[in-house]
Design a protein around this ligand. Sequence first.
Ligand SMILES: Nc1ncnc2c1ncn2[C@@H]1O[C@H](COP(=O)(O)OP(=O)(O)OP(=O)(O)O)[C@@H](O)[C@H]1O
Ligand SMILES: [Mg+2]
Length: 349
Amino acid sequence: MSEVEEKKEAEKVEGNVVPIGMKVGSQRTVIAKGDEVIVVETCIKEKENPITGEKDYVVGNEAAELYGDEAVYMLRGGLPGNEEEAELLKIFLTKIAKAYEIPENSYVTYGIPSTETEEGVNLFKKVISQVPIGWAGKEVWNDSFLAALALPEGLGMLEKTFIVVNLGSSTTDVVAVRKGEIVFSMVTGEVSGDLVDRWIKNEIMNLTRGAVNVDLSTAREYKEKYANLKEWKRVEEKVQLFEKGQFSFRLDEAVNKPVERYLDALVDFITLEFLPSLAEFNFKAYKVLLESEFILTGGMAEIPGLKEKFAAKLSEALGFGVKVRSPENPLTASARGALLISQLRVRRG
Ligand SMILES: Nc1ncnc2c1ncn2[C@@H]1O[C@H](COP(=O)(O)OP(=O)(O)OP(=O)(O)O)[C@@H](O)[C@H]1O
Ligand SMILES: [Mg+2]
């Protein structure tokens, strides 16, 4: 055993390994460490040191705040698509690890989305092998699956049968789990949080007859603040435009109508694409899964009343009452589920 390995081994015995759960999403990266949950924008901005001319990088929330739309979100569907994006991800994760004090002597469980292409997964695995954390060990799980572990049953969910519907920014991921094993999954970009942002932008244009054209990040902020299917509260927004004068519009309408449209598209995807494909793939599993429960997670599941409306619409479409549950704080559920796995590994040493 080398000196370094010996030291690592000794630290492990002393129980110094820090368990970490991490979900790297196209939009936000979530880190769970002890009771702490950290949410960071998954973006990076390259800049030049004015004195040395060397390349430097600003990452995460600082990059988003300082550079806005100029910051690069390097992932699509939660994974890098090529070597260049993988390199940016590596720099991002290395800087984030340092900034949020994730020690090298840690055990890291990563959550990543389902995907049709192995390439992204391989690139991701290569990246995490180069980031200086997780010396005690690392593993990669499906992030939708991990979100289910954030339900009150915790690791008890590993024994259960359910369907996870993961509502992300660039994709929606539907994953069927039977007795803790993923039987079938489907990803779509046709239903996504980003699309809702675009529809909100258009809706504001419509409501102001083309006068108010907000950028997509403003549309997203409006959505995250005002989308509410539980209590549709009237919100009036006023915008002062230099030449055109003042415009006011109903922000609640601009936001909630697109969210309703999103929900309809989601229910269509599940009933017309996911369930028929599952039935074709494995009819027995399909029958059992339909009677189990749907677990709604991902950032879009944060919208108040979305779960209830989803349950009502899905039940109506299927002709019977479906069970729908959501973990608390669906935006961070995957990372918290991942932390449970790391804690289990560290306890068992
Ligand atoms: N409080 C909120 N209310 C409404 N929408 C929200 C809220 N918080 C996050 N979102 C939306 O959820 C989406 C992000 O969800 P999530 O973090 O699960 O995505 P991701 O995993 O990064 O993306 P992908 O799955 O496409 O890789 C965005 O569209 C974001 O605007
Ligand atoms: Mg996601």
